[in-house]
Design a protein around this ligand. Structure first.
Ligand code: NDP
Length: 286
């Protein structure tokens, strides 16, 4: 049976990897990129380079968008004929913007799935890659097999904001952890300890974190934060020591100062005797 033609718009590392996965599975693939030179190797591998976004969109019933954000999506796609197309938008942005774009696409007669890749480009099409997807369930079911060529789909629900939301929640943990590592390296280096020397300790610190997550999740859902093992007031002293250690090392204190500010809000709210996870209620109020 002939495979559905697919158009991939956006040929950054992610769009190029996805294009290769569709080609490898035997789909006819049309591509478009603002900088056409990035398509050269893919054309050699069998992709067809469209001259304009309109041409690329006209070429296939299934459009996969892999652009920097939804501003880029609108810059490329606005004005093209979308009626009858299915758009799988894997360009990162916020849940609300994803919902707006879904309404916009549907008002132009397109089916719309939004989501985000949970993998680096080198892992696309491997067992290690998954992709959050949200939008109409029947549309997802129709295209799940094709989406699975790039990554294992994790369908999050009908609300088109959910795929992007799950991605942002995961990425929040990713970036805060990565920044913590960068901050730690800066303090270690200022004390004459190289990043590589400290690496085993950085790894064991992050590996121990998940041990606490189930208990934190249970406490957050129950709204009960017993301070039987650790109290916020103890935590405050601990983050203050981190701040002072950064000051002594002469490195930037933006991150530890932010930690102290968050703990301070918890103490001001009277949570000193409660467990650390009680901060979730403080952070929930803006
Ligand atoms: P890049 O930033 O490398 O590529 C983005 C693409 O968007 C390029 O094709 C670029 O075109 C295009 N683009 C940006 N702005 C415009 C514009 N105004 N008009 C037209 N085209 C535009 O991103 P990646 O390929 O790395 O990622 C794509 C998406 O996947 C992003 O949303 C990213 O957050 C997400 N993602 C990426 C991961 C990664 O590890 N790379 C991991 C998980 C998700 P041009 O080539 O002309 O610059």
């Amino acid at each position: 049976m002939p495979k559905t033609p697919v158009t991939v718009i956006g040929l950054g590392p992610m769009g190029r990897a996805m294009t290769r996965a569709f080609l490898a599975a035997g789909h006819p693939v049309t591509v478009w990129n603002r900088t056409p030179a990035r398509a050269a190797a893919l054309v050699g591998e069998g992709a067809v380079l469209a001259g304009t976004p309109t041409e690329a969109i006209a070429a296939s019933p299934l459009l996969v968008l892999s652009l920097t954000d939804l501003d880029a999506v609108h810059a490329v796609v606005d004005g093209a004929a979308l009626r009858g197309k299915t758009v799988v938008n894997l360009s990162s942005d916020t849940p609300d913007r994803a919902r707006e774009t879904a309404r916009w696409a549907e008002s132009h007669g397109a089916g719309y799935l939004s989501g985000a890749m949970m993998a680096s480009p080198d892992l696309v099409a491997s067992d290690a890659a998954s992709v959050f997807v949200s939008g109409p369930k029947d549309l997802f079911d129709e295209h799940a097999g094709t989406i699975a060529l790039i990554a294992k789909p994790d369908y999050r629900g009908e609300d088109p904001g959910l795929g992007p939301l799950y991605y942002q929640l995961v990425i929040n943990i990713f970036w805060t952890t990565m920044l913590a590592h960068v901050q730690t390296i800066a303090i270690a280096r200022a004390n004459g300890i190289s990043a590589t020397e400290f690496l085993p300790y950085a790894l064991s610190a992050t590996e121990s974190n998940p041990h606490f997550f189930p208990q934190m999740a249970a406490q957050a859902d129950a709204g009960e934060f017993p301070g039987d093992l650790e109290r916020l007031s103890m935590g405050m002293e601990s983050v203050r020591h981190v701040l002072r250690t950064a000051e002594e090392a002469g490195v930037d204190t933006t991150l530890p100062a932010a930690m102290v500010a968050v703990f301070r809000r918890g103490l001001d709210a009277g949570l000193g005797e409660k467990g650390f996870t009680g901060l979730v209620d403080v952070l929930g109020e803006r």
